[in-house]
Each structure stands twice: as C-alpha cells, then as structure tokens.
Design a protein around this ligand. Structure first.
Ligand code: ADP
Ligand code: MG
Ligand code: MG
Length: 255
C-alpha cells in the first residue's frame, strides 16, 4: 500500500493583481486502493490542487507538505513524481508534434521502468487497452494531442493509465465534454485499473455524474481553497440533489 499525504497545504499564484492565495490549508490522506472525489464549485481551487501535485511551476507552495510514501513530493521533479508512481495527466505537454501515441507511450514506459518493455508483450498490452477503450487502432499512429477531440484526449489519458500502471492517479475533470457512452468507457477504464493494480484515484469533478460510474470511497468538498465537508459516497448523492448553494450562501445554516 502507498500513501499520498497532503498536510495543511497553502498555495498561491501570481496574477496581475499580485500574489493571490488559492489553497488555504488542504489536508488529505489517500491510500492506494481508495478513490477520493474532490468536489466543489467553479473557481474553488480544485485544479490548483491537481497542478500543485503535478508540480506545475505557476503554483507556489507557501506552506504545508505533500508526501508520497514519506518522500517529499514537492522536492521532486515532474519526472521523479512519475517514476515514484504518481500519474498526473496534466503534466504532459498539450501537443507533442512528431511524436506518435505509440512512441510516446513506449518512451514514457521506458522512462518509468528504467528499461524498454519487450516489444511483443508491449504491443499486445497497448492493443488490448485500446480495444477496451474502443479506440481505433489507427489512433496509435497519430501525434500526441494534435487535433485530438475532447473525448480523444480523455481516452488517451485513460490509455496511459492502463498501460503505464501508476500507483496513484490524479484525474481532473475527466468527465468534462464526454457524452454518456464515452463517459462509461472512460470510467470502465479507470475501474479496470483500480481492480488490476489497486490504483489509488483522486477524482476531481464539479459534477456528480462520473461518480455514478466510478464510486468514490470518500468525498471532500472544497470551497474557497479549503475542505468544508467530508463524507462517503452519500455526500455526492446529496450534492447532486442540493448543489453547492448551501456552501456558498454565508447566511445559510450549516448543520
Ligand atoms: P477549479 O478547478 O475549482 O474551478 P481553479 O483551481 O482552476 O478552480 O481556480 C481557483 C482560483 O484560482 C480561480 O479564482 C482562478 O481564477 C485562480 N487561478 C487558478 N490558476 C490560476 C492561474 N494560473 N493564474 C491566475 N489565476 C489562477
Ligand atoms: Mg474550473
Ligand atoms: Mg478546475
């Protein structure tokens, strides 16, 4: 079992207005085999949390810590984070001209393992994962993210998850822009990875829809850069009915 631990995390971003605090003390403990959903209204800092775990240079950690099995994640380069077993889809460049999906995956796998995978088993693995995700085999020869539709980007993300076999995945708005069929296929991919390898998942989403297909063990509601409520899957069901209003209206009673 691996543990990703976030302790009292404070993060700022530089804007024209100066240094703006975005995360104001986030504490979360996540183990492999568990699925945690981060939910919250737009602009509450969900993506900032994902980018901070990924090591995006725009975000500055002013205090607090992130550790993975006791190792200081904030001291690691983006590559070191990946080699430690963290999968952060957004760490990869938006487009990689001239690099095909198949070469990209093989290079990433080689970098992770420190040696190239055997061609036969690798080709078989990638083909099987693509078939599972109902991806056209021709997709493997396309350049990474070049002209990908929203749905293709998400499937490519889950394809990476299935073949790179990380310990822990941070998925930010994986549901956005997917129709129900694509959402089911993508969710099945995540569930397969959970079953196959005991993948830990941090699933970031504004909407509850994806949580019908990927059931979270824990739900954390983030508002204004803080966790304001935590619970089990029933909290997601409640948010589906009630929305976030009760967290946003300062005069609303909080039980
Ligand atoms: P969410 O993912 O919950 O919608 P974000 O983390 O994207 O929220 O944004 C939280 C707040 O931080 C917003 O007010 C947003 O404008 C601001 N913010 C986030 N990233 C940046 C950035 N790179 N530059 C300027 N402001 C940012
Ligand atoms: Mg947003
Ligand atoms: Mg976001």
């Amino acid at each position: 079992m691996s543990v990703l631990e976030i302790r009292d995390l404070h993060v700022t971003v530089e804007t024209e207005a100066g240094t703006t605090p975005i995360l104001n003390g986030i504490t979360l403990t996540m183990r492999t085999g568990e699925t945690h959903a981060i939910m919250g209204p737009n602009g509450s800092g969900k993506s900032t949390l994902a980018y901070t775990i990924a090591g995006h240079p725009k975000y500055t950690v002013t205090s607090g810590s992130i550790t993975f099995d006791g190792q200081d994640v904030l001291e690691m380069t983006v590559d070191e984070r990946a080699r430690a077993g963290l999968f952060l889809a957004m760490q990869y460049p938006v487009e990689i001209p001239g690099v095909t999906v198949t070469n990209f995956l093989r290079t990433a796998k080689t970098a992770l393992d420190g040696e190239a995978p055997s061609i036969r088993s690798w080709t078989k693995d990638v083909k099987a994962a693509m078939a599972n995700l109902r991806m056209d085999p021709k997709f493997a020869q396309r350049n990474v993210n070049e002209g990908f539709s929203g749905g293709e980007k998400k499937r490519h993300e889950i394809l990476q998850l299935e073949v790179l076999k990380p310990k822990f995945a941070v998925l930010d708005e994986t549901d956005s822009g997917l129709d129900v069929d694509a959402l089911k296929i993508v969710s099945e991919g995540v569930n397969r990875a959970k079953e196959a390898t005991g993948l830990g998942v941090l699933l970031i989403t504004h909407y509850t829809r994806i949580l019908r297909y990927i059931r979270p063990d824990f739900v954390h509601v983030v508002v204004a850069g803080k966790i304001v409520e935590e619970g089990g899957p029933e909290l997601a069901d409640r948010l589906e009915e009630e929305g976030y209003d009760r967290f946003l209206d300062p005069s609303a009673p909080i039980e």
